[in-house]
Design a protein around this ligand. Sequence first.
Ligand code: SF4
Length: 423
Amino acid sequence: MGKKKLYIKTYGCQMNVYDGARMADVLAPLGYAPTAAPEDADMIILNTCHIREKAAEKVFSELGRLRPLKARRQHEGARMIVAVAGCVAQAEGAEILARAPFVDIVLGPQTYHRLPETAAPQGVSAFLSVQEGCDKFCTFCVVPYTRGAEASRPVAAIIAEARRLVAQGAREITLLGQNVNAFRGAGPDGGVSGLGRLIRALAEIEGLLRLRYTTSHPLDVDDELVAAHREVATLMPFLHLPVQSGSDRVLQAMNRRHGADDYRRIVERLRRARPDIAFSSDFIVGFPGESDADFAETLALVREIGYAQAFSFKYSPRPGTPAATMAGQIPDAVKAERLAELQALLGEQQQAFNAASIGRTLPVLFEKRGRRPGQLVGRSPYLQAVHAAAPDRLLRSLVSVRLVAAMPNSLAGEVVTKDEAAA
Ligand code: SF4
């Protein structure tokens, strides 16, 4: 699946420079080649140094910049591993994992030789690439040019890899692709399988408790996929379904090939199939030609759908894409104003969704130890981070947890014991 790109940012002393070079060496056999651009890296390593004053703060502010990059890459259907290595990692490891939970790996100094083993096995929640490329040519997007035409892996290869991941300890698999629900993989019977069928086949794997997929295009939500949402219990009721805008005019200029009402109908079909499904989405504000009225239609759509979570960005021209040279580019101040308004609304919806979870009992897949002793952290079906007092033996298990409080970035819960559940 091509070379993976590695971006290493080295701070400080000569030893670190040396370590940085060795990290690149040990990762080369895994297919990683250095890149100078963090935006499209598959793995980013902050190789830190504690000598300078405020070293830790610098690392945290760098991590703050990386967080949206990682989210964006994930929503382009790619995985970005973020690692913090070196002296700050050693001194502040627990703090890093608490303040920046999206960091995948924390490594002390001169432990670069451990990178391959930590970068390869993926833990409780694993990613599996099933599809690459995109044929949609949205006018703002580089993927069709950089990743090429849609190509799907054969079903048998995917199932074999999924089994391997489960054997290594994965309990949840997220199927990745730039346009994952356009998946058309060669089936073992010589036919072609869509994503719905692939999900059914994967759901048969013993020990695999949860399935997710990202990123989808609304037009590729077919009947088979809707049926999978209705019938496959391991397929999580949480779907990232980008819409980008609520205005038909803007959607057309974006070449999204569907209108706002088509999107509403697709959401409706999925809700009928799986009443507890929740949605997340991507939005671009300030696309060339977007008027106040167009933007108001985006706000109206958001109010109507009600999102559990969403990513929103100011339109930024990507060189080589048609939208970059379109007339009617929007001034940055207008984009910033619209983005703030949209994010305020999406933030309210996310808070409301989390608040509505309080009092509910949801299955949580415990992934790792929490900040406090005796605490585990896991995810609800809706990807909400949940922490609860629980023994280590519940790691990698699905456990019923009653949600009792909502914090800004996570929920607190109490494990429901079998006796209680029966009462
Ligand atoms: S569907 Fe559009 S936004 Fe998504 S990868 Fe393809 S061209 Fe890019």
